[in-house]
Design a protein around this ligand. Structure first.
Ligand code: NAD
Ligand code: LMR
Length: 327
């Protein structure tokens, strides 16, 4: 039996937490042979609900679930953690943009960055889900100077999955055949869902779907605005699909991305594709042995470059607004 991995989930009593926990305990995130210890954090007023969630986890009798710790103390939740899903934050409601949450949520991530720096395992992998995810991840990273910045990421996998689903529906093709999707930039309305490299059974999707008007006026905006469309329909922001994306993000980071494919992760920019250092930005990456590598040398169209720079500009504006939260 392998040694258990400690997984911290913040906002564990919230809707994404509820949808993620049972998947993780079932082995969907780290594999069917990897025991886990869940360290669940939520606010004091949510401890009752969290106790209920723990009871339900117990009642599933998951063979891989070795221990569940519930707490309102982040020091307890982050102690020796090896994977931290930072979900706990306010969601937006109808009519808000994700960056409207910066004020309310930014402070959470500076405090949690400091605590991760102090209490987490040195190899901890951090996935920020709470919005605005890219900039919150930057805040956490900037407050954790002793941890490798490459261990901080933000979630763009939901956008990636949404884009694949749109193409599968448009072409009446199975999801599993659609590869090499990319979402560049920010998890916001400026993200750039890039179809130029996507393949279906080895053929470029662009060759099968030459309808540029559909790509520009339907595909790109519908992926960019899908979060708002779900809020409009449900009255609440995406939860199960967000949890599924978080499980997929960590799964691939830890256990490798698929052969001849890549995934989108928001990671610290390193100058690749002329996106300057200083923000967390969605890039296509491959993962192996717990490390990601940004896919290099993809040709970028003129339209694509414009979208990529617009999204970078927005991230720089967000960065400017939260600079006071950096350690
Ligand atoms: N990146 C993405 O693709 C993506 C997708 C969906 C949602 N989100 C974001 O994820 C976040 C959570 O969404 P949700 O629907 O689960 O919200 P929710 O309101 O259902 O749950 C949030 C939980 O976090 C807790 N919480 C708040 N502050 C906390 C703190 N400082 N420490 C620990 N726990 C804290 C709350 O008590 C609550 O239980 C939101 O910011 C939402 O916008 C991101
Ligand atoms: O859109 C939101 O506010 C929630 C989430 O980021 C999403 O993309 O569904």
């Amino acid at each position: 039996m392998k040694a258990p991995i400690r997984v911290t989930i913040t906002g564990a009593a919230g809707q994404i937490g509820y949808a993620a926990l049972f998947r993780i305990a079932n082995g969907d995130m780290l594999g069917r042979e990897q025991p886990v210890i869940l360290q669940l954090l939520d606010l004091p007023q949510a401890q009752g609900a969290l106790r209920g969630v723990m009871m339900e986890l117990e009642d599933c009798a998951f063979p891989l679930l070795q221990q569940v710790i519930i707490t309102d103390d982040p020091k307890v939740a982050f102690k020796d953690t090896e994977i931290a899903l930072l979900i706990g934050a306010r969601p937006r409601s109808k009519g808000m943009e994700r960056k409207d949450l910066l004020e309310a949520n930014g402070a959470i991530f500076s405090a949690q960055g400091k605590l991760l720096n102090e209490y987490a395992a040195r190899h901890v992998k951090v996935l920020v889900v709470g919005n605005p995810a890219n900039t919150n991840a930057l805040i956490a990273m900037k407050n954790a100077p002793d941890l490798d910045p490459r261990n901080f990421s933000a979630m763009m996998r939901l956008d990636h999955n949404r884009a694949i689903a749109q193409i599968a529906q448009k072409l009446f093709q199975p999801i599993r055949d659609i590869k090499k999707m990319i979402i560049w930039g920010n998890h916001s309305g400026t993200q750039y869902p890039d179809l130029d490299h996507a393949e279906i059974r080895g053929r470029l999707v662009r060759d099968i779907l030459p309808d540029q008007d559909w790509v520009e006026n339907t595909f790109i905006p519908s992926v960019q605005k899908r979060g708002a469309a779900v809020i409009e329909a449900r009255g609440l922001s995406s939860a199960a699909s967000a949890a599924n994306a978080a499980v997929g993000h960590i799964h691939d980071w830890m256990l490798s991305s698929h052969h001849n494919d890549w995934v989108t992760m928001s990671v610290p920019s390193d100058g690749s594709y002329d996106i300057p250092e200083g923000v967390l930005y969605g890039f296509p990456v491959t993962c192996k042995n717990g490390h990601f590598k940004i896919v290099q040398d993809l040709p970028i169209s003129e339209l694509g470059r414009k979208h990529m720079l617009d999204s970078h500009r927005e991230l720089m504006e967000e960065r400017e607004l939260v600079k006071h939260l950096f350690a």
